[in-house]
Design a binder for this molecule. Structure first.
Ligand code: 5GP
Length: 174
């Protein structure tokens, strides 16, 4: 375990705010006139999603999907369980999946396959962070905040043992 005072800043609040604003503008342009269903992946996406949707100037609905990945605290096994499902159908709708970080890509691969069975009109992925160093499968990322090196990061929704989600920047243990 480590403490908040052990954290070094990787991406500060100001940089996050600016980039999320840009993503919001880009997504608003792309989804103008469409039936946008934003789906946040719990728990890690909740901070990013809250800022992202407030940067939209278009209408959307927001729903959440709870996923848990079996594995150790800091590595992904790719075996994923839905712990809390969507509350409304997405059939025929334009879905934007909002994720905190894509590491191996295994969680997102599973999720994309699962969402396709629900017959949406389209599905795109928006992730705050991407760690390409550990990629184990091909995942199409349409909107990306930042590409980062192979650090285990916390803050801005991301946890270590359920802590640090409320840290207002992306940090790593120094
Ligand atoms: P993937 O299946 O792409 O390997 O992992 C996706 C999930 O693993 C993320 O949604 C997140 O919960 C967790 N994860 C991967 N890398 C990190 C990291 O650097 N920090 C934290 N806190 N979680 C991570």
């Amino acid at each position: 375990m480590f403490k908040r005072s052990d954290l070094a800043t990787l991406i500060d609040s100001e940089t996050l705010t600016k980039r999320i604003g840009e993503l919001g503008e880009e997504i608003s342009r792309d989804y103008e006139g469409k039936d946008l269903a934003v789906i946040g992946i719990l728990k890690g996406s909740f901070v990013f999603l809250a800022d992202l949707v407030r940067a939209f100037d278009i209408e959307c609905t927001v729903d959440f999907l709870g996923l848990s990945s079996y594995g150790s605290a800091t590595t992904s096994s790719g075996v994923v369980k839905i712990t809390s499902d969507l509350t409304t159908p997405i059939e025929g709708r334009d879905v934007l999946v909002v994720e905190d970080i894509i590491d191996t890509g295994l969680t997102m691969r599973y999720l994309l396959d699962n969402l396709q069975t629900r017959r949406p009109n389209s599905v795109r992925i928006c992730t705050l962070l991407h760690k390409p160093a550990n990629a184990r499968c091909e995942v199409p990322i349409h909107y990306k905040g930042f590409t980062i090196d192979d650090h285990f990061v916390v803050g801005f929704g991301l946890d270590y043992a359920e802590k640090f989600r409320n840290v207002p920047y992306i940090g790593y243990k120094r």
